[in-house]
Design a protein around this ligand. Structure first.
Ligand SMILES: *[C@@H]1O[C@H](CO)[C@@H](O)[C@H](O)[C@H]1NC(C)=O
Ligand SMILES: *[C@@H]1O[C@H](CO)[C@@H](O)[C@H](O)[C@H]1NC(C)=O
Ligand SMILES: *[C@@H]1O[C@H](CO)[C@@H](O)[C@H](O)[C@H]1NC(C)=O
Ligand SMILES: *[C@@H]1O[C@H](CO)[C@@H](O)[C@H](O)[C@H]1NC(C)=O
Ligand SMILES: *[C@@H]1O[C@H](CO)[C@@H](O)[C@H](O)[C@H]1NC(C)=O
Ligand SMILES: *[C@@H]1O[C@H](CO)[C@@H](O)[C@H](O)[C@H]1NC(C)=O
Length: 563
């Protein structure tokens, strides 16, 4: 929890330098003391003076609690200067005692089955520290067979989720269209199927074989291809209450970004997007995907094992998700993660870093309780060590970013007859990225980790990947190609090069083809189920990986304070 003093000072100093350069004519008042949370980062440069239009609002007063809009401006830095690690924790959040239902003892115990997931399949790459999984990344094509003309646009940061097994098509993809000089943000949706070449050695049971045309478009290993023409996803525009300083540019950009799709506890397909905020600059909004794409309504309502309509819609219209108290809102919010412990309850995890965690319960209409994180919980994520920093591949400025929606996992195998979801232990898991930046604050790479937390109050963090994960044909940036492929004999022999500078995992979803009884099970899986990882490449490409959970979630480290 205690960051070394030197490191605490480095960040503000850094930002001071950056901003001094930008606002060199502004009268600059020395760093303000952080007087609030012990875990909070000091907020640098709080009191720039008035006449200059700048991103900093005066948040130095003692009574900020009442002022909703007066918040979060430090996020501009995070966006503009790519993760210098500034978090605006400067607000006094009413501490809510963690839920008391769980006894201290049960909070500290980790499910026995997790002990089976602590061993590593092989040793990590001796240069990059990655564990490489044997699964390939596959191509995604938005050009359906039926298309009259080839899709020339570029797509990135796809979000993929599986339809129920009784659906004709397997997946829904929503992708961002790479901006082609235009300010408008466009996002398209299609229904898609996975195919593999007939000759694929271990052809998985559910998968279709590719036609020649598929192979032509996807490459020799096949992949995921739209079967319906991509259509633009339209959700109503949302006006921004207030975008100030550097954030002003965001105020009027039409369209949403960072779409994420996932199933709620009751099986609603939720589309979560970033769009202008009615309270600040940019906020997170949710809408039922059926309201956007009614074609799937009937599919979700036609479970062969359960009669009646599909799940009720909690978000029939675009609804902004919020933080409570309002003073804890930041002006630019992103990367929130929903988790649903039961059919009827959902929580929003706003941030999870090496020093802080904030989550709250959704109480309807996008409203939430205040922070419910157990104050006794010890941090679990680790920043680069001094040794690593001295090694030259890491620096002080790395930050943790929640990456994907969470999934629920029952800690036994679907194929095991004695495995019972009602009695077995379960956890939530999600991918999280440790973002590394260069000396100018620009992103160098995102390291992919998996993080697990309890499905019972107070939803304690349980475990995290010991090492970052790479897929079989993925490289990481910051090392030579030879170093990156050091753990892959063949690739080294081939002199394989670097590929994809930034690979960013946007979504994890259970793969198509499991025999669910009902859509309410779409967000829950078992150790032998497969997960689809949606991966954006360099803000201009898209791929996916498919991994069995017990391989994705191996080589874990148990969080401090758990036994
Ligand atoms: C900022 O707020 C503090 C306390 O509310 C006040 O004393 C100070 O004058 C304000 N500074 C500016 C530049 O408005
Ligand atoms: C890994 O797979 C992706 C997706 O098919 C492909 O674009 C990329 O070139 C592959 N990487 C390497 C290093 O071959
Ligand atoms: C992805 O597509 C590229 C270009 O068509 C191809 O070179 C590559 O091998 C494909 N990757 C896979 C894993 O099939
Ligand atoms: C929420 O509570 C946890 C535990 O007390 C704390 O670490 C975290 O900083 C709080 N979040 C905010 C925004 O204050
Ligand atoms: C099946 O599940 C039970 C209970 O979850 C476990 O004890 C047993 O070891 C499992 N069997 C196999 C073959 O994995
Ligand atoms: C952190 O970023 C700043 C500039 O943004 C840079 O000057 C500094 O060197 C970085 N820290 C390290 C340890 O590289």
């Amino acid at each position: 929890m205690a960051r070394p003093i030197a490191r605490r000072l480095l960040l503000p100093l850094t930002i001071f330098v950056v901003f001094y350069t930008i606002f060199r004519n502004a009268p600059v008042i020395p760093l303000a003391k952080s007087t609030h949370h012990p875990e909070s980062f000091p907020i640098p440069l709080e009191r720039l003076h008035a006449p200059i239009k700048h991103p900093f609002v005066n948040n130095s007063g003692p009574s900020r609690d009442s002022d909703a809009a007066d918040d979060g401006s430090a996020n501009v830095l995070e966006n503009k200067f790519a993760g210098l690690g500034v978090l605006n924790q400067d607000s006094k959040i009413e501490e809510v005692p963690a839920l008391q239902e769980a006894s201290q003892e049960s909070q500290n115990l980790i499910p026995l089955a997790l002990h089976g997931l602590l061993t590593c399949p092989r040793s990590p790459n001796r240069f990059t520290d990655h564990i490489r999984l044997p699964n390939l990344l596959y191509n995604i094509s938005m050009s359906p067979r039926s298309a009259s003309s080839k899709e020339e646009r570029r797509f990135w940061n796809p979000t993929i989720f599986a339809l129920p097994y009784w659906a004709k098509t397997q997946y829904i993809i929503v992708s961002m269209v790479a901006p082609n000089g235009e300010a408008q943000r466009r996002n398209v949706l299609c229904e898609a199927n996975i195919c593999h070449p007939k000759t694929a050695v271990s052809s998985p049971t559910h998968e279709r074989s590719c036609s020649d045309d598929d192979l032509d478009i996807l490459g020799p290993n096949g992949g995921l291809r739209c079967v319906t023409a991509p259509i633009e996803v339209s959700v109503p525009p949302t006006p921004a209450a207030k975008c100030e300083g550097l954030e002003q540019v965001f105020a009027d950009i039409p369209g949403f970004h960072d779409p994420r799709i996932f199933y709620s506890g009751r099986g609603e397909p939720i589309l979560m997007v970033s769009s202008q905020s009615q309270y600040a600059c940019i906020g997170l909004w949710a809408i039922d995907l059926r309201a956007v794409y009614p074609e799937i309504e009937e599919i979700l309502a036609s479970s062969p094992k359960r009669l009646g309509p599909g799940p009720l819609m909690s978000y029939p219209t675009l609804t902004e998700l919020t933080r409570s108290p309002p003073s804890s809102r930041r002006s630019y919010e992103k990367n929130w993660v929903i988790f649903s412990p039961s059919v009827s309850s959902s929580y929003l995890q706003y941030e999870l870093t090496s020093s802080t965690r904030t989550f709250a319960k959704l109480i309807g209409g996008g409203l939430t309780t205040p922070n419910m994180t157990d104050p006794l919980e010890e941090p679990c994520l680790l920043d680069p060590t001094l040794e690593e920093i001295q090694g030259g591949h890491y620096n002080e400025n790395s930050t943790w970013h929640q990456a994907t929606p969470s999934l629920k996992l029952v800690l036994c195998s679907r194929s095991n007859a004695t495995c019972n979801a009602e009695t077995a232990d379960s956890v939530f898991f999600a991918a999280i990225h440790r973002k590394h930046v260069n000396a100018w604050g620009l992103p160098v790479r995102y390291e992919r980790y998996m993080v697990l937390w309890s499905t019972k109050p107070p939803f304690s963090l349980l475990a995290v990947s010991q090492h970052p994960l790479l897929m079989a044909n993925e490289t990481t940036f910051g090392w030579t190609a030879e170093e990156t492929w050091d753990d892959d004999h063949n690739a080294k022999l081939e002199n394989r090069g670097l590929w994809g500078r930034i690979t960013y995992t946007t979504t994890i979803a259970y793969a198509w083809g499991r025999e669910e009884g009902d859509v309410r099970e779409k967000g829950t899986g078992y150790l032998d189920d497969e997960v689809i990882l949606s991966v954006g490449v360099d803000d201009e490409g898209q791929v996916y990986g498919k991994v069995v959970i017990s391989e994705l979630l191996q080589c874990l480290r148990i969080c401090p304070g758990r036994a």
